[in-house]
Write a protein that binds this ligand. Sequence first.
Ligand SMILES: CSCCC(=O)C(=O)COP(=O)(O)O
Ligand SMILES: [Mg+2]
Length: 222
Amino acid sequence: MAVQAILTDIEGTTSSIGFVYDVLFPYARERMKDYVQQHAAELNEQLEAVRLEAQEPEAEPARVAEILVQWMAEDRKATVLKDVQGKIWREGYLSGALQGHVYADAVNALQQWHAMGLQLYVYSSGSIEAQKLIFGYSVAGDLTPLFTGYFDTTSGAKRERESYQRIAEAIDKPVDSILFLSDVVQELDAARAAGMQTCGLAREGGVLGDHQTVASFAEVKI
Ligand SMILES: CSCCC(=O)C(=O)COP(=O)(O)O
Ligand SMILES: [Mg+2]
């Protein structure tokens, strides 16, 4: 089936793992305590979600922040953690302290595919707000006009087949006309199990399982 839509991961695929782990995560970690305490009222829903998940119903905002920092150390992909991280990053992008890293080959290919009439979507563990920020305030300028839609863990975990089935339904195109790009073999396996086409990104070389694998977006075959 000809490709009609492309669904891409961010970390390790359009953007470097280093930017996420060495820039974004420390930025959020260093500001978590102050941010949660200063915005406790507007974060009421998120605080409750953390208390519920951590089974600490009485946790004060400072303790909730500690829990979130602990979850960051464990690299948990909890939706509420990603939500709060995105809000902290917003301040950094707006102030100019952060600029989203996107590989030049990814920028070029995304622009070409968009010009060809393909629909482009993002699927990341980062919140939809965080996805719009990394592409909206990117080193290549505002790339958000290229994308038709965004999916995060509210569609399900990235290693589960059902998440890709839900996303295909939302995209409303035949599942086998959607090409999923990722640097994680378990994500590619799950997307393929749902019926999507797959292409692995191995920027340091190598092969991701039995998936077609490339080192840059310039090599992705549509
Ligand atoms: C939206 S940039 C931040 C990415 C992030 O928080 C993360 O956990 C990486 O997730 P991905 O699914 O893009 O590997
Ligand atoms: Mg990734």
